[in-house]
Write a protein that binds this ligand. Structure first.
Ligand code: C2O
Ligand code: CU
Length: 467
């Protein structure tokens, strides 16, 4: 087989969603129904797991729209408790953000509905999940991915999605519901589970053809588990964080770190030989490395490898995010405190149930109200650039998430970062400080919280008012 250069990899223009739709046709509406369901995530011959699911599947259906198009979703709640849907990472109007008590009324249990409709300004990998009792509802299986397609697809052979999840299952293969709200989890690293799934099933082998190029979309929907994926024998390029294209880079040791809520888009070239097998290892927690999945090469070669990929070949087109004017920014400091060994000193941090208890605080205030209504932590002048210094004064990792905006990460522990990646969630290491900057161009009250959902529920949550 002749070597095919990169230029031979034409973008698959005929597959563009935009081309598939007659011009002027109204965008389709999608129905998402949250309800109890039973799924065979553990495989054949294993117990079926009772979950809560969108449209009966975990993860929920992959929603896909072209950049700039309007997504219409009719949400129906057939759970026994109220819910909402939050569109994580999307820069959409506040009324569509899915936050109960702030942007909408909860969708009533047993048949309530809500219609979401918004244009998707940015291409990339996003996700959706409830924003009410998330530490239970997301853990029970309510989450799904929203892909917004670039007008020109990048030249890859396959667009592959890995939804990474983590479950705490009983020996009977059921979600361990007895310890939802356990104070021990809330005051430590959150509810870390015992079973990792990819796309809702136990991962085993992923088939690969020598020479092919994948766009691999990684989404961490776990309540609390941080993943650090290492691709043995490969050197993937990171081309986007949280849906936002970055200057492409090859992370050290091929290791991609994803806190809860975070996404990364990779371009992975299958540089192994036909028949070869390589491990993907998650080694985030010291001493607890495990194999997530095997990359198993088939017997055939899709193409002979040409020159190695370069940043220019894998770069995605930028999204229309306003560039922060850091020199003229308003500056703010936000301090996160609490947790075990964090000096909040609250009773019951070792045992018992949360029950509205506070474990964590943001600038000294612990917000634990389920319906998120709360005086804003900061009011940000609309249209201006704001730099927020995030100070993690705890002994724990926290993925800090801002709604309605994407920010640039300027520095960590006082050291300026060379790439200043865009993100909507950034993982703070214990005692770490980071500076983020964004133009507050989206008016409304926006949640600002830790995406370890047990931390969020016990105080690590606030609102930013843009006005
Ligand atoms: Cu994905 Cu407020 O969260
Ligand atoms: Cu946290």
């Amino acid at each position: 087989m002749a070597a095919l250069g990169v230029a031979a990899l034409a973008p698959f223009a005929s597959l563009l969603p935009r081309a598939a739709r007659a011009q002027g046709a109204p965008p389709a509406s999608v129905a998402l129904r949250a309800a109890p369901a039973r799924v065979a995530m553990l495989g054949d011959g294993q117990p079926v797991t009772s979950v809560w699911a969108y449209n009966g599947q975990v993860p929920g259906p992959v929603l896909r729209v072209a950049q700039g198009d309007v997504l219409r979703v009719r949400a129906t709640n057939d759970l026994a408790e109220p819910t909402t849907i939050h569109w994580h990472g999307l820069r959409i109007p506040n009324a569509m953000d899915g936050v109960p008590g702030v942007t909408q009324r909860p969708i009533a249990a047993a048949g309530g509905t809500f219609d979401y409709a918004f244009a998707c300004p940015d291409a990339g990998t996003f996700w959706y999940h409830p924003h009410l009792r998330g530490h239970v509802q997301v853990a029970m299986g309510l989450h799904g991915v929203l892909i917004v397609d670039e007008p020109e697809k990048p030249a890859v052979d396959r667009d592959v999605l890995w939804v990474l999840d983590d479950w705490r299952l009983t020996r009977e293969g059921q979600v361990s519901a007895a310890d939802f709200g356990a104070m021990f989890d809330a005051s430590h690293a959150g509810r870390i589970g015992n079973t990792v799934t990819i796309n809702g099933t136990l991962p085993d082998r992923v088939a690969l053809a020598a020479g092919e190029r994948l766009r691999l979309r990684l989404v961490n929907v776990a309540n609390a588990r941080v993943f650090a994926l290492r691709f043995d024998g490969h050197a993937p390029w990171v081309v986007a964080h949280d849906g936002m294209p970055c200057a492409p880079y090859q992370p050290r040791r091929g290791r991609v770190v994803l806190g809860p809520g975070m996404r990364a888009d990779l371009v992975l070239e299958a540089i192994g030989e036909p028949g070869a097998a390589f491990r993907v290892i998650d080694d985030f927690y010291p001493g607890q490395a495990y194999e997530v999945v095997t990359l198993a090469y088939g017997p055939d070669r899709l193409r002979t490898l040409g020159a190695p990929l370069t940043a220019d070949l894998v770069r995605l087109p930028p999204n229309p995010v306003p560039e922060p004017d850091v020199a003229n920014a308003e500056r703010h400091v936000v301090t996160f405190t609490g947790g075990m060994m964090g000096g909040m000193g609250g009773g019951g941090m070792g045992g018992g149930m949360m029950g509205g208890g506070a474990v964590w605080a943001v600038n000294g205030v612990a917000m634990t109200d389920e319906t998120h209504a709360h005086a804003p932590l900061l009011t940000l002048a609309q249209g201006r650039t704001h730099v927020i210094e995030l100070r993690n004064q705890t002994a724990w990792f926290h993925p800090i998430h801002v709604h309605g905006h994407s920010f640039r990460i300027l520095s960590r522990n006082g050291r300026p970062l060379p790439r200043r990646d865009l993100a909507d969630t950034t993982l703070l290491a214990p005692r770490e400080t980071a500076e983020i900057a964004f133009v507050a161009d989206n008016p409304g009250d926006w949640m600002f919280h830790c995406h370890v959902l047990e931390h969020q529920a016990t105080g690590m949550m606030a609102t930013l008012r843009v006005a």
